[in-house]
Write a protein that binds this ligand. Structure first.
Ligand SMILES: [Zn+2]
Length: 516
């Protein structure tokens, strides 16, 4: 054997060193994302829809109260993260890394300005956990988009910039709610943004799936997300944004048409959340194409122009005020169109009594206020009464300055116990009338609340819901409601946006400043 060949003999230590080196190289190659194996994607969420006009700021404790931050994000195949997960499972070879994230917040969108400390605390939590997550190929952020933070004008964009700093130059993709208030700052910071198209929000799972598909294709070098963002300059109240009616329905249909004409193109429209006094308020168009800036710009211009052309029908409906709306509902109930649903859409804090007071005044029967937020009344009932006791108590009227007068109820305690995330009481009074008391704002979207509380749905003629459009999933799309009345009672969520004391929104937005 020659000296040269000796190096390749199994007896030679150099042979073994070479073998081990080759093994490491092979393992290294296999773990690379381009080979379609072992992609690692971090998943985090930080969502809030902030009603900046509402009285109570949203603090660190509001998240801790609702439930401490958790990594357990993958408990369902539904929703943004569930959809993202199920598409990753379908592709295979993807490891999802749950990042410590705050979930929900006490009182949902009845919370006002998020404190800077709360935003910093939970953003840092996400960023610090990302830094511990090891090598990542991408980051998926499930956000809402209507967060408002004291001292931070565009918080979602700021969050993505902080995540970018920690994660480096890897794809960062974001999903948003249809009520998002965003602009180009978010699309500049993220690689791609996807927004749901339906209100009620039926398509959160679908949009999570889309985000995953584009993320995986991007990581594997098969897609180059290229975005265009436009602000049409239109702001609309939530109660007009239901996508089952025009023009909201036609706007989304136009977006879907563009998507069908250009595969691999994603056309999103957020209608915005008018009750956040922020500089990027109102409708936003965001288009993602595969490396085609011209196409992205063309579609974004078309969608933005279309929304502007439809502004008058979108923002200019008129709704009945309390007295007239309640009279219409009572008349419909007496005509047998039961159950009649009243959407008390403008009550953003949950404790408004205008409609309760007016129903009593107009002699309504068989009605149920579903729900009235009154934590003090619940405490008083818990301390002094039990189920079956007669009760005489003042209800509501203090959750914000538009909440109306406290209403005196003489009746009996029909239910007292835990439901959802707190103690709930049901009081029965008058001619088979009820009020469901909750400790926080509760938006009821389906009739499933009644049975556990011992309420017979068939006995109800009028159901009053603190909801704008989401109630339609359980009361309209199921053909349950005999008639629906959206009533414009006083509140921090009015249909007429010109009545709100805005300070931070653009000075040329329709219909608040620009009238035509
Ligand atoms: Zn929404």
């Amino acid at each position: 054997m020659s000296d040269n060949l000796k190096a390749y003999s199994w007896k030679n230590p150099i042979f073994w060193i070479l073998c081990i080196l080759l093994m490491f190289i092979a393992i290294g190659c296999k773990s690379e994302a381009e080979n379609g194996e072992n992609i690692r994607i971090a998943v985090a969420t930080f969502s809030h829809e902030t009603c900046t006009f509402c009285p109570r700021p949203t603090t660190i404790e509001d998240w801790e109260f609702y439930g401490p931050p958790t990594r357990e994000l993958f408990d369902s195949n539904r929703g943004y993260i569930g959809g993202f997960k199920s598409m990753c499972d379908e592709y295979g070879g993807v490891e999802l890394v749950g990042i410590l994230s705050p979930r929900g917040a006490r009182g949902g969108s009845s919370g006002s300005w998020i404190t800077t400390e709360a935003f910093d605390k939970y953003s840092n939590l996400i960023v610090d956990d990302l830094k511990q997550a090891g090598n990542l190929d991408g980051v998926f952020l499930s956000l809402h988009g209507a967060m408002a933070v004291t001292g931070i004008p565009k918080p979602e964009a700021e969050l993505v910039r902080r995540v970018r700093k920690a994660a480096g130059d890897i794809p960062i993709m974001v999903t948003l709610d249809l009520h998002a208030n965003e602009d180009h700052e978010l699309s500049d910071a993220a690689d791609a943004v996807f927004i749901i198209k339906r209100y009620p929000h039926y398509d959160t799972t679908l949009i999570g799936e889309r985000a995953a598909r584009v993320m995986i294709k991007t990581i594997r070098g098969l897609y180059k997300p290229t975005m265009a963002t436009r602000k049409p300059g239109v702001i609309t109240p939530s109660v007009y944004q239901g996508t089952g009616v025009s023009p909201a329905m036609e706007i989304m249909e136009r977006a879907r048409r563009w998507e069908c004409q250009h595969p691999d193109t994603y056309v999103s429209v957020a209608f915005g959340f008018a009750y956040a006094d922020v500089p990027d308020v109102g409708a936003t168009v965001m288009v993602v194409t595969n490396n085609d800036q011209k196409l992205a710009d063309r579609i974004a211009d078309d969608m933005s122009d279309y929304i502007w052309r439809r502004r008058k029908t979108f923002a200019g409906k008129k709704l009945p005020k309390t007295k007239q709306g309640v009279a219409l509902a009572v008349a419909a109930a007496r005509a047998g169109k039961t159950p009649v649903v009243i959407a008390d859409h403008s009550d953003r804090t949950g404790g408004s009594t205008h409609i309760l007071e007016e129903l009593i005044k107009q002699g309504a029967e068989n009605f149920c206020i579903t729900t009235l937020r009154d934590e003090k009344a619940i405490d008083e009932i818990k301390a002094n009464y039990k189920v079956g006791d007669s009760v005489s108590i003042d209800l509501g009227g203090y959750s914000d300055k538009f909440a109306g007068n406290p209403v005196r109820i003489e009746g009996k305690v029909e239910f007292l116990g835990d439901y959802a995330r707190g103690t709930v009481a049901v009081l029965l009074f008058g001619k088979n009338n009820r009020v469901i008391l909750t400790p926080q704002l509760m938006q009821v979207t389906t009739p499933s609340i009644f049975k556990p509380l011992g309420i017979d749905l068939d006995s109800l003629d009028i159901i009053v819901l603190k909801s704008r459009v989401h109630f339609r999933r359980g009361f309209y799309e199921t053909d349950l409601a005999g008639a629906i009345f959206e009533v414009d009672a006083p509140g921090w969520g009015p249909a007429d946006l010109t009545t709100l004391p805005y300070e931070n929104i653009p000075k040329d937005i329709y219909p608040v400043y620009k009238k035509d």
